[in-house]
Design a protein around this ligand. Structure first.
Ligand code: ATP
Length: 645
């Protein structure tokens, strides 16, 4: 048999007989490597551990402790789940399968009822049995015709098979079962160690909202119990932080896809949080020289043609409304053209610059349905937007002063976990952007210079700029682990030109201003989602929808005293309610804790006689007795302190 030359990651090569497998290669290196190995990576592509190698190439041995090693394990676990599904529900149809460092999923579709979360345990038992059978996993190749014959009544598998290039379709043979598969696999079902089927959720076939909704089964797998336990604990923590879960528990908001995907309804509790943020930010901005305005969400499409949004941003915009008389109205995807109208409404002088215009501006973006998530990514949003118009020589100072304000605002909200990202245009794809190389080079340099001056750490990201200029983004992580932009400062040399903006300089001549777009606390939607997750729903007192609940021991005897206290607190602008449901005291106290209300006051005989209250703070086990006046003072001090530190 001919020899093939195999190159190792350290650059050395060795000859092996043709047909050698990654397993043979691993064993030839060391027994300890062979023990950890689960697959090979041939010329950069993952292959099965027992794939016969037929030509020269570079090989890496993939071990259990790598991300790729985990993907291989999850590929095989997903294949076993598919077999288990077929055993349990012979008529089930199977869609896409995916496995990566987060876990795996299998898409399914059934005639009667979709697979439910209650059925996952029974499926796990079948998978366990397949594991304990210790069957070899063989890769076989079927002709397209034979492959299609295995998928008779399953339109999804049929489509997946038809999409394979060429006539050979790769299947796995495990015991008596054959399953469609791609992706590298373990050599034996017994190598699947610790797995867990986690949840189910609807998912459109191939991610398109016009396609049928399938049922996606999520799971994960590890080689060690300790790793699985740690992962499950992390998932539990993420669930506890997930703003969609907390939003439901605390009755903050809801989204009903039947009424409109990505169009949230704010319930009174969520609306209270939002209103508090809105008032805070408007006051802060006004104090920092911003002039707040209101502008319409609708404008003639021509405005967005002039701004360039129609040419560069159309796929994120809702289609225009044809008014029947030749006029086309567009829901704005950004507020900048509106603020430009405000700037242009008067002749501006250099004395007015930097001119800071701000608005809590509602905008609409047609985000992909698969990207929508609670309040975090929506289709209608209200941005804490601001545009500063500056003379070119004022850019750096204004940039720094915006950043300074942003950091102060972050302190008030106790936001600590974020990173700065300088977003540049993609140098390989410059036609996507406003066409002015000099502008891009200068502006990118200017932002970098300002960040270096301030000594702030940042990462640089090519291809993340807006189409009109580079930007500084503040990146945070959601409970689900996705990185999202919270705040942004963006330079723009393009719109002032497109709208022919001017100011009269000290020399009496007309000059072109530069625009800086900035969003300090993002959209009300994303910011509320973010705060909900960092506080795990336990909002600091100044933001909490309900700040105090008063529980009278007996409504009949102490209700009037409770009402009197509530009236005093209301008069001091505290959000308070008296819980008169008459349930058992223990239940009412627990309920106040579940709703994460910062202060629970219990009032009974002693309190009424002495003019005191028994105060229990959220998260604390003990109560404190104090005079009602002292309590009012304490809570007002707490509300005024903003930062929880
Ligand atoms: P992203 O990359 O997150 O889609 P973007 O760069 O398109 O955002 P900008 O045009 O800079 O967004 O919008 C300003 C801010 O509005 C963003 O920094 C982000 O915090 C927030 N935002 C953007 N899109 C959404 C959305 N669909 N839902 C909620 N908030 C959003």
């Amino acid at each position: 048999m001919a020899d093939i030359s195999i190159k190792f990651p350290d650059g050395k090569s060795k000859d092996f007989p043709e047909g050698t497998t990654p397993a043979d290669v691993a064993k030839s290196i060391s027994i300890s490597l062979a023990k950890k190995a689960v697959a090979g990576k041939l010329n950069g592509k993952l292959v099965d551990y027992l794939t016969p190698l037929s030509g020269d190439g570079a090989i890496e041995i993939v071990t259990k402790d790598s991300d790729e090693g985990l993907s291989v394990l999850r590929n095989t676990t997903a294949a076993l789940v598919r077999i288990a599904l077929k055993k349990q529900f012979p008529a089930i149809r199977l869609g896409e399968v995916s496995a990566d460092e987060d876990g795996f999923f299998v898409d399914t579709d059934k005639d009667d009822q979709q697979v439910s979360v209650d059925e996952l345990d029974a499926l796990s038992v079948i998978v366990e049995k397949l594991v304990s059978d210790k069957s070899d996993i063989e890769r076989i190749s079927l002709s397209k015709a034979d492959a299609l014959a295995t998928a008779k009544d399953d339109p999804y598998t049929t489509e997946l098979i038809n999409a394979v290039d060429g006539d050979a379709v790769s299947f796995l043979k495990i015991g008596d079962y054959q399953v469609l598969s791609d992706g590298a696999q373990l050599a034996n079902t017994g190598d699947v160690k610790k797995f867990k089927l986690l949840s189910v959720a609807g998912a459109y076939w191939q991610g398109k909202s016009s396609n049928p909704m399938l049922q996606r089964i999520y799971g994960t797998a590890f080689y060690k119990q300790a790793d699985l336990d740690a992962d499950l604990a992390k998932r539990q923590e993420a669930r506890e932080r997930d703003h969609r879960v907390i939003g439901n528990q605390l009755d903050l908001f809801f989204v009903d896809p039947k009424v409109g995907a990505g169009l949230p309804y704010w319930m009174p509790n969520g609306a209270t949080i939002r209103r508090t943020i809105e008032r805070y930010i408007i006051d802060k901005e006004v104090a920092n020289g911003y002039q707040h305005v209101y502008t319409p969400v609708l404008a003639n499409l021509d405005l967005y043609k002039q701004s360039g949004h129609w040419a560069h941003y159309r796929e994120d915009m809702f289609p225009p409304m044809d008014m029947g008389d030749g006029e086309q109205l567009e829901l704005r995807p950004m507020n900048c053209p509106s603020h430009i109208q405000i700037y242009n409404h008067h002749i501006r002088s250099y004395r007015e610059l930097p001119l800071r215009i701000a608005e809590l501006g509602m905008m609409h973006r047609y985000e992909k349905s698969g990207a929508l998530s609670g309040l975090q990514r929506v289709r209608e949003m209200t941005l804490n937007d601001g545009h500063t118009f500056v003379a070119p020589e004022q850019i750096q100072d204004e940039f720094k002063s915006i950043l300074d304000l942003m950091v102060k605002v972050y302190k008030d909200f106790d936001i600590k976990d974020y990173t700065f990202r300088l977003s540049y245009r993609d140098p390989k794809n410059t036609e996507k952007y406003f066409d002015d190389d000099e502008m891009w080079n200068n502006a990118q340099k200017m932002l970098k210079g300002a960040m270096d001056d301030l000594g702030l750490p940042y990462v640089e990201a090519e291809g993340e700029a807006a189409f009109y200029g580079p930007k500084l983004d503040v990146q945070t992580k959601t409970a689900l682990g996705n990185e999202e932009t919270l705040s942004t400062i963006q330079l723009d040399f393009m719109l002032p030109e497109r709208f022919d903006l001017h100011y009269v300089g000290a020399d009496g001549e007309e000059h072109r201003p530069v625009m800086i777009h900035r969003g300090l606390v993002s959209t009300m939607e994303r910011f509320t989602a973010y705060l909900t997750e960092i506080y795990k729903g336990a909002f600091p007192t100044w933001l909490a929808p309900k700040q105090v609940t008063i529980i009278p021991v007996s409504e009949e005897k102490h209700g009037a005293y409770a009402d009197k206290l509530a009236a005093e607190l209301k008069a001091a602008d505290v959000r308070v309610n008296v819980d008169k449901r008459g349930e058992k005291m223990g239940y009412l106290i627990r309920d106040a804790q579940t709703h994460k209300i910062p202060y629970t006051l219990v009032v009974g005989e002693d309190e009424m006689a002495n003019g005191t209250v028994s105060v229990r703070k959220y998260g604390e086990d003990d109560s404190n007795s104090m005079s009602s006046d002292a309590f009012v003072k304490e809570i007002l001090g707490d509300i005024a302190s903003y930062s929880r530190e």
